[in-house]
Write a protein that binds this ligand. Structure first.
Ligand code: SAH
Ligand code: SF4
Length: 391
């Protein structure tokens, strides 16, 4: 069952971790100790604006109060089991939680800003064939504390405390594109994002947060109405036959329903477009005919594309499309009036690029997966060729 983020998280030492409690839950925890709401507000500021990790640093609280708080609470982040920095400066943390489970967090720097890619689950229940995380079984949802904690660890690593003004931040954006399907852990993701968005704390605005989903249709509307963050859809194919093979969730929520949810996404407009992510898989979804089908599919949706060269991982059956094929594909989309940049793979040398994240726990052996994927890819290609021939 999903952990309930409205309840304080109990650490092994049975003191409550304040990180990840919603504002209401934090006030309630203070009220239980007989402390006024403004004390909770002060502590919130220390935790999320200043990055304090213990009560001793909270110098505008009396010594007595600090000791009292210390007796009941902790301000704890997950621990860092491993940190690696790529030759292109991408940084990846293997983050360990109180129960020993691990997930990965990645920072992708640009010249004067950058995005922190946050995980929402340990593993993933879904089994997208091209994704390394998809080979790992779901262990559990991450709590709001563990989701917020990932961003705080990244800030610690770059010393970005207290919260700098927007213009002076390296860690300017958040993408929920790490391990897991965020819309299968919506409550905890929502609590965490509300904490992260709060002006008097970490203060990353909703326009700087992007949630990526494989297409959990029933939760998409909520994501827009409750959080108002940018939406990215892992589309990867324009026809149900191909998409169902590479993304089994498509059998549950086929393209027609997914496109309807996109058309109805609250706040989507030409100024705030939905991003369609499209991983380029050699011979599977990368021909000019596929590009034309894509244009037809997204008619009337304010959107842009993000073409992702497939990032290989040990044991995969897929290959990345050739550079010229990707270029030709992108050109067709640009010619039809769409923005369609090709995502520059980052952090490949440390397996930090899209779809390369993975911790322990196997679903299928690599060999069994390769055999299955090769057979399925062939069937999908045939189905596509037959359809294309009949158009
Ligand atoms: N579960 C969510 C978010 C995490 S994946 C989702 O699926 O949207 C982040 C992005 O990387 C998704 O678009 C995903 O489809 C893509 N991806 C997965 N494996 C990949 C790979 N091996 N190469 C390139 N992109 C990949
Ligand atoms: Fe899960 Fe996303 Fe990977 Fe699919 S692409 S297996 S939904 S993490």
């Amino acid at each position: 069952m999903a952990p309930d983020s409205s309840r304080p998280e109990i650490t092994t030492e049975s003191r409550t971790n304040l990180v990840g409690l919603s504002r209401g839950a934090l006030s309630a925890a203070f009220a239980e100790l007989g402390e006024k709401p403004f004390r909770a507000k002060q502590v919130w500021h220390w935790i999320y604006h200043r990055g304090a990790v213990d009560f001793a640093a909270m110098t505008d609280l009396s010594k007595d109060l600090r000791l009292k708080l210390e007796g009941h609470f902790v301000v704890a982040r997950p621990t860092i089991a491993l940190e690696q920095t790529s030759t292109d400066r991408t940084r990846k943390w293997l983050v360990q939680f109180a129960d020993g489970q691990k997930a990965e967090t990645v920072f992708i720097p640009e010249d004067d800003r950058g995005a922190v890619c946050v995980s929402s689950q340990v593993g993933c229940t879904l089994t997208c064939r091209f994704c390394h995380t998809g080979t790992q079984r779901l262990v559990r949802n991450l709590t709001s504390s563990e989701i917020v904690g990932q961003f705080m660890i990244a800030r610690d690593s770059y010393g970005e405390w207290p919260t700098p003004t927007d213009a002076r931040r390296m860690l300017s954006n958040i993408v929920l594109m790490g391990m897991g399907e965020p819309l299968y852990n919506f409550e905890n993701v929502a609590t965490a994002m509300k904490i992260i968005m709060a002006d008097d704390g970490i203060a990353v605005g909703k326009r700087r947060i992007t949630l990526s989903t494989s297409g959990v249709v029933p939760q998409i509307h909520r994501c827009g109405s409750e959080l108002g963050v940018n939406l990215a859809i892992s589309l990867h194919a324009a026809d149900d036959d191909t998409r169902s093979v590479i993304m089994p969730i498509n059998k549950k929520y086929p393209l027609k329903e997914l496109m309807r949810a996109c058309r109805e996404y609250p706040g989507a407009s030409n100024a705030r477009r939905i991003t369609f992510e499209y991983v380029m898989l050699k011979g599977l979804n990368d021909t000019p005919a596929h590009a034309r089908a894509l244009i037809k599919l997204v008619k009337d949706i304010p959107c842009k594309f993000n073409l992702i060269p497939f990032n290989p991982w040990p044991g995969t059956a897929y290959e990345c499309s050739d550079a010229a094929t990707i270029e030709a594909f992108a050109q067709i989309l640009w010619n039809a009036g769409f923005t369609a940049p090709v995502r520059n793979p980052r952090g490949r040398d440390i397996l930090a690029a899209c779809g390369q994240l993975k911790t322990d726990s196997e679903k299928l052996s690599a060999k069994a997966r390769r055999t299955r994927d090769a057979a399925e890819a062939e069937t999908a290609q045939q189905a596509w060729a037959e359809k294309a021939a009949s158009v």
